[in-house]
Design a protein around this ligand. Structure first.
Ligand SMILES: Nc1ncnc2c1ncn2[C@@H]1O[C@H](COP(=O)(O)OP(=O)(O)OP(=O)(O)O)[C@@H](O)[C@H]1O
Ligand SMILES: [Mg+2]
Length: 228
């Protein structure tokens, strides 16, 4: 489903100064996989994730998503593809502070032009799924970190994307809460979602079924773990 072929990403800072953040990366990820991307700070994890998530098309090489050649698409088409395929979960939750939990989950549905009555049903369904249905009228600052991340996951899921992209989703949480969030991601994977998680945390990475290690913009190891 995801196929990267010789991808290079170069950040040009000035004539003399540029950073090669991804150096000739080739990678395939099939539907239904649970992948952890690990590596030191600055190794290129976020750059790789952003490339996969079609957030960056200024790359050399070829990226095919569902056989669509991504790096030739126009920005507007890319936004459509992103909305269709991906749900995003971030380290700092990225919730809109002025909106309630309910309204935060509603945002992607409004973008997708889902009618109001259908929105309500979907928001409640996904809030229930991640265990925060009782908190829907709260604003983010009235919620714990773990609760905020659950809202963010519900927001990522509510459009029913095939792929969940998470950059350090447990980075701002204590260990126990991080485990709960990982359990939700594992559950989603069991239901057939492709899950791709970037993490510093080896314990978190060990819960994935495939571990990809990035160093200096290259994939230096790619290990599949047997069924557990
Ligand atoms: N917008 C940018 N402009 C210039 N250089 C950048 C930019 N974004 C990232 N880089 C550089 O690209 C390299 C890879 O960055 P990236 O953010 O992918 O690392 P990372 O593995 O996610 O690190 P961390 O674990 O700290 O989040 C780094 O050397 C970084 O300094
Ligand atoms: Mg990063």
């Amino acid at each position: 489903m995801i196929k990267l072929k010789n991808i290079q990403k170069k950040y040009v800072l000035s004539k003399q100064n540029s950073v090669i953040a991804l150096n000739n990366v080739s990678l395939e990820i099939q539907q239904g996989e649970f992948v952890a991307i690990i590596g030191k700070s600055g190794s290129g994890k976020t750059t790789l994730l952003n490339t996969i998530a079609c957030l960056d098309k200024q790359i050399k090489g070829e990226y095919f998503l569902d056989n669509i050649l991504i790096n030739k698409k126009k920005q507007k088409q890319l936004a459509k593809i992103r909305n269709k395929y991906f749900g995003f979960v971030f380290q700092n939750f990225n919730l809109l502070q002025k909106l309630t939990a309910y309204e935060n989950i509603e945002v992607p549905l409004i973008y997708k032009k889902v009618p109001r009555r259908n929105r309500k049903k979907l928001i409640e369904e996904y809030a229930e799924k991640v265990g925060i249905k009782e908190r829907l009228s709260h604003k983010p600052n009235e919620l714990s970190g773990g609760q905020q991340q659950r809202i963010a996951i519900a927001r990522a899921l509510v459009t029913n994307p095939q792929i969940i992209i998470a950059d350090e989703p447990t980075g701002a949480l204590d260990e126990a809460t991080g485990i709960q969030i990982m359990n939700i991601l594992k559950e989603l994977n069991k239901e057939g979602k492709t899950v791709i998680v970037v993490t510093h945390d080896i314990d978190i990475a060990n819960q994935a079924r495939r571990k990809i290690t990035v160093s200096d913009g290259k994939i230096i190891s790619d290990v599949k773990v047997g069924e557990r």
